[in-house]
Design a protein around this ligand. Structure first.
Ligand SMILES: Nc1ncnc2c1ncn2[C@@H]1O[C@H](COP(=O)(O)OP(=O)(O)OP(=O)(O)O)[C@@H](O)[C@H]1O
Ligand SMILES: [Mg+2]
Length: 308
């Protein structure tokens, strides 16, 4: 469905995207995960024809998207990071406008708009002006707008940033249904690793304009090795506590967090008991054991946390 090869984008002397290559198969849900400024939106903008790359190739459903941008755009539905709606128009009027931009009219347009409103669960609010909507509801209308022309490939750029939990859940469920029940191919960009783990079967991790890892969720998780994080919840974690735990055999690193000590170990089964013995005098409020996840993969590959 999508082939991206050696994609490069420079802004002046800043190289925002540095030779990125990946493929997304039909029906797949591909997650593009990376911190702020990693190059996610720049990559997406080039795929959907909004930005001209300085190098590389893009094929969408077999179409050369750099030569035949108009044809490629028909295949894709894009949910941009920034909301693109007219605040003084109602949701339905906005969708009518976007549908007309895709060449829909009459009954077909009406039916598609009704269907899109149903998918995002906002049929009962369709007559209300967008400026009376919450941030999460605006995002859901933005998603509805991307679905009007029944795209084969849905590209979403951080659709859940800064919204309420109810809209977030609605969006995650909508994406899952579109992918699993309607066989829509999805590219989902986020810096929330939980969302990518929930929705995507394959992931790419992007950092400083490079794809530093890609593969199935299982493949990529394995890059963190067998390391497990043990988190001890403590009201006030101190340097002395961290030093005492660092001395326990099997402990790799100890990080002081707000109200917790985060301990990276090679093998939690072997290390947990001696660790708890060493922490015997601390007032521990809880213990959590986290198996390797995309967050630990990112930490392992870059030495930094995914979120700042
Ligand atoms: N139009 C532009 N002009 C100059 N620099 C830009 C432009 N657009 C993006 N950049 C730079 O390119 C880099 C990648 O930006 P991009 O928006 O692709 O990141 P992102 O991964 O989408 O981040 P976020 O999670 O914050 O949305 C950043 O350093 C950014 O400042
Ligand atoms: Mg972005």
């Amino acid at each position: 469905m999508l082939q991206v090869k050696n994609l490069v984008k420079r802004f002046g002397d800043k190289e925002a995207v540095r030779s990125i290559s990946f493929e997304v198969k039909q029906g797949e849900s591909f997650g593009l995960l990376g911190p702020n400024g990693a190059g996610k939106s720049t990559t997406i903008s080039m795929i959907c024809g909004l930005l001209q790359p300085n190098g590389g190739e893009i094929h969408v459903a077999g179409i050369d998207a750099l030569k035949n941008t108009a044809a490629a755009k028909k295949v894709m539905g894009v949910v941009p990071q920034d909301i693109a709606l007219y605040p003084t128009l109602s949701a339905r009027e906005n969708l009518n406008f976007w549908g007309a931009m895709y060449g829909l009219s009459g009954r077909e347009l009406g039916a598609r708009v009704a269907e899109a409103l149903e998918i995002v669960g906002l049929t009962d609010r369709q007559k209300d002006r967008i400026d009376t909507y919450s941030g999460g509801m605006k995002r859901r209308i933005n998603i509805a707008a991307s679905l009007l022309h029944k795209p084969q490939l849905l590209i979403m750029d951080e659709p859940t940033v800064g919204i309420d939990p109810q809209s977030r859940n609605n969006i995650l469920e909508t994406v899952r249904t579109l992918n699993q029940e309607k066989q829509m191919t999805v590219i989902y960009t986020s810096h929330y690793m939980e969302e990518v783990e929930y929705l995507c079967t394959r992931v790419g991790i992007i950092d400083h304009g490079r794809l530093i890892a890609q593969g199935t969720l299982a493949d990529v998780r394995r890059l963190a090795g067998e390391e497990t994080t043990i988190r001890l919840r403590i009201a006030k974690a101190t340097e002395q506590m961290a030093a005492a735990l660092k001395a326990v055999p099997g402990v790799k690193t100890v990080r002081i967090e707000e109200h917790a000590l985060s301990i990276l170990v090679g093998n939690s089964a072997e290390t947990l008991a001696p660790l708890m013995a060493a922490a015997g005098s601390f007032k521990i409020q809880g213990v959590e054991i986290e198996e390797p996840n995309l967050e630990s993969v990112f930490l392992h590959l870059t030495g930094r946390a995914l979120r700042d």
